[in-house]
Design a protein around this ligand. Structure first.
Ligand code: CS2
Length: 491
């Protein structure tokens, strides 16, 4: 079977629809993290912005972070790829053309730095996942004891995202290429300010860091963003479906839901794509949007994923057909999260929750509970602990939020489903958490395990919170995920 590429694009477009002419585009954005989410989100929105305005200068140079696999796949097809959007009403195919270059961060560092130093580039965006920021869980500042960070600061590499970014900014400064916006599109609360602080912390480790930090202060902005689109990992079946539909093999196809949302803090010191013409919202303050999405959508996602994983339920859509699980997700969103949220003019949280849960039900997306359950130690902070703290201060009992945390701990420590099947959930802090738990799995491990995962000691000292997690942790062991969810939902 022929591979999707520029040569057969006209032919493939007869089936997938026309789009922007890739040969007319020039690079204006460097993106760190060439994964599925980026390809189905910012790359699509940026292409739509170019289609809407006729501008051609916003093609993306995407940089892989961990190795050349995605680069090789995309290069083998002239960086073209399909975004398949699916729900119960049907499937649509679109060949995205806005990514015009893919560089491998680890082995093509020089080319990456040159791109960041290119005056035609005025925006760097990132989707590198929570883990890649190398933050200390408590303070959310850069972990300056991290071996990768230390090696980058010592002039090796760079191998970390922040190290690469700062090296790129240094090259840009030397080239006199002007101001730059660095836009984190990861699910961290206050992603912009957090990245700015990490960059500052990194500069403080460098011999000439003070000067560089000052230049950054004056010339680089870090707009915060809220990004939203459900984009599961692509399966071989998905690739076969694309091949059958388009008549060409696409090794980099991505499947997503039709829904897409992007809210961006409008703080760009130089040109940017007209993303607002592509449906993005450019605002002064992203926080209310970010908080609403992380605490509602992502928190319910995590809760359903941990409970589903324990109950041996394979996908998020399937968890939504377990009545107890849907009910406990609603309890979390309506009773615990809603009272903690700042208002947004014209926005109604109840309707938002309905939409979120309907999206989770999308039967055409095989989003696995295992995928969403991964990296819990990095997700519980932005998704759940803020709600817990605010709820306790407001005399709301954060029982469903505590259940999510208890279920996550069980996934990590016990590694068995309620039916006794082995359960593999990726957890970067696995070793630390197990050490904290001292090899045990009983109720007594909750506090030390959470402390080892970086949960704030002050919160752990709050008996109301700790007792809730311990109680649910016990209940999960005694009566399983479904029964525990049922009783929490009924509280
Ligand atoms: C999910 C998110 O994997 C996860 O943790 O909760 O990737 C989620 O699908 C997106 O944030 C939706 O915008």
């Amino acid at each position: 079977m022929r591979r999707l590429n520029l040569e057969n694009l006209t032919d493939v477009s007869r089936r997938s629809g026309d789009g922007i002419a890739p040969e007319e585009l020039t690079v204006g954005i460097v993106h760190f993290g060439a994964g599925n989410f980026h390809r189905a989100h910012q790359a699509v929105c940026t292409e739509d912005a170019m289609l809407a305005t006729g501008e051609t200068g916003w093609a993306i140079s995407a940089v892989t972070q961990r190795g050349p696999a995605v680069r090789d796949r995309l290069r083998g097809q002239d960086c073209l790829y399909t975004v398949v959007t699916r729900d119960e009403s049907g499937t649509a195919y679109r060949v995205v053309r806005s990514v015009r270059e893919v560089l491998d961060g680890p082995s093509e560092t020089e080319a990456v730095l040159e791109r960041i130093a290119d005056p035609s580039v005025t925006v760097v965006t990132l989707t590198v996942t929570e883990h890649a920021y190398r933050l200390l869980p408590g303070t959310r500042r850069l972990d300056t004891a991290d071996p990768g960070v230390l090696a980058d600061a010592a002039g090796q590499g760079p191998s970390t995202v922040v190290g690469r970014l700062v090296a790129g900014i240094r090259a840009r400064r030397a080239a006199g290429a002007g101001p730059l916006a660095v836009v984190s599109c990861d699910n961290l609360d206050e992603n912009g300010p957090v990245l700015r602080a990490a960059v500052r912390d990194f500069c403080a480790l460098l011999p000439d860091g003070a000067e560089l930090a000052e230049w950054i202060e004056r010339h680089v902005t870090f707009p915060a963003t809220m990004v939203d689109r459900i984009v599961p990992a692509t399966t071989e079946e998905d690739l076969a479906g694309v091949e059958a539909e388009l008549g060409a093999r696409d090794e980099a196809a991505v499947v997503a839901e039709p829904f897409i949302q992007w809210v961006i803090e409008d703080d760009f010191p130089a040109a940017r794509p007209a993303w607002e013409k592509a449906g993005a919202l450019l605002v002064d303050d992203v926080r209310p949007y970010e908080m609403t999405k992380l605490r509602t959508l992502n928190a319910c996602h995590s809760l359903l994923a941990y409970l589903g994983a324990l109950a041996g339920v394979g996908t998020i859509a399937e968890t939504m057909s377990v009545a107890e699980f849907e009910a406990v997700a609603r309890r979390l969103a309506d009773n615990e999260v809603a009272p903690t949220l700042p208002g947004i003019a014209g926005f109604e949280h109840g309707g938002y929750v309905d939409t979120v849960l309907r999206r989770f039900r999308n039967p055409a997306l095989a989003h696995t509970t295992q995928q969403v359950a991964s990296d819990g130690s990095l997700k519980i902070g932005p998704r759940l602990l803020g709600t817990v703290g605010d709820a306790l201060r407001g005399s709301v009992v954060p029982s469903a939020a505590a259940l999510a945390i208890a279920a996550w701990l069980r996934c990590v420590l016990v590694r068995r489903t309620d039916g006794g099947e082995p359960l593999e959930v990726r957890e970067p802090a696995d070793e630390r958490i197990r050490e904290g738990a001292g090899g045990g799995t009983g109720r007594g491990v909750v506090r030390p395990a959470l402390a080892a995962a970086g949960v704030d000691e002050a919160l752990l000292d709050d008996r109301r919170f700790l007792s809730l997690v311990e109680h649910h942790y016990d209940e999960l062991a005694r009566s399983g995920a479904r029964e525990t969810a049922r009783s929490v939902a009924a509280e």
